[in-house]
Design a protein around this ligand. Sequence first.
Ligand code: ADP
Ligand code: ADP
Length: 229
Amino acid sequence: PYVVELREVTRTYGGVRALRGVDLLVEQGELVAVAGPSGSGKSTMLHLIGTLDRPTTGTVRIAGHDVPGLSDRELSALRARHLGFVFQQFHLAPGVAALDNVADGLLYTGVPPRARREKAAAALERVGLGHRLGHRPHQLSGGEQQRVAVARAVAGDPPLLLADEPTGNLDSEAGTEVLAVLRDLHASGTTILVITHDAEIAAWCPRQVRVRDGRIAGDDGPGTGRRAP
Ligand code: ADP
Ligand code: ADP
């Protein structure tokens, strides 16, 4: 079973054909870049894969669930249990300790409160911030804040991590720090999809899917399952 399965997907907004027949298969454990210039359809793909939107036509299956067949409520549950999101902006709660920022990310996953804090501490450990549990966002560097955001996204061990321009708000040193964390997560089996317009970051991923004008213009895959260096 594929973690991501898009078949002949189209998405139109009024007269705008944002996606014009997209096929994408991602297997468990892959680290995939979806890369392309502004306006190519990346955000539309992210919204569909993140189950925040439904296709106009075609098949979207995420972790085996057929997205168009689910209610909004069922999609919220699917997102909470199966997906982790990281964005360009860190989206951390200000004034809230790293541990609680991460634990609060588990509120809707069915994990009981005590286990939430244990899982949060373990996730912060995984991103190299085991010594920063009590730090609030303003006490952390940009790279550290984004690593807290990554910890929150993976604390519930979702089958898929979606990272939308995860280094877009960081200088190159902090960006490298965050990419190293993604590489470690990938090495330990997390399936990761990185959306980026940055060719260098795309090239860093073992599999690159290139999007142009609402279509897939190039793909090393599908399902090549190649590993990061
Ligand atoms: P990217 O993320 O690669 O910049 P998008 O998926 O945001 O690309 O956009 C693809 C195309 O669809 C663009 O032409 C964009 O203007 C259009 N588009 C995206 N979202 C909407 C929307 N909600 N309404 C109308 N047009 C949209
Ligand atoms: P972000 O910066 O968070 O990735 P955007 O600023 O690209 O988001 O888009 C914000 C919202 O506007 C999204 O829901 C997107 O689908 C929509 N959108 C993007 N392009 C257009 C467009 N050309 N016309 C109308 N809505 C759009």
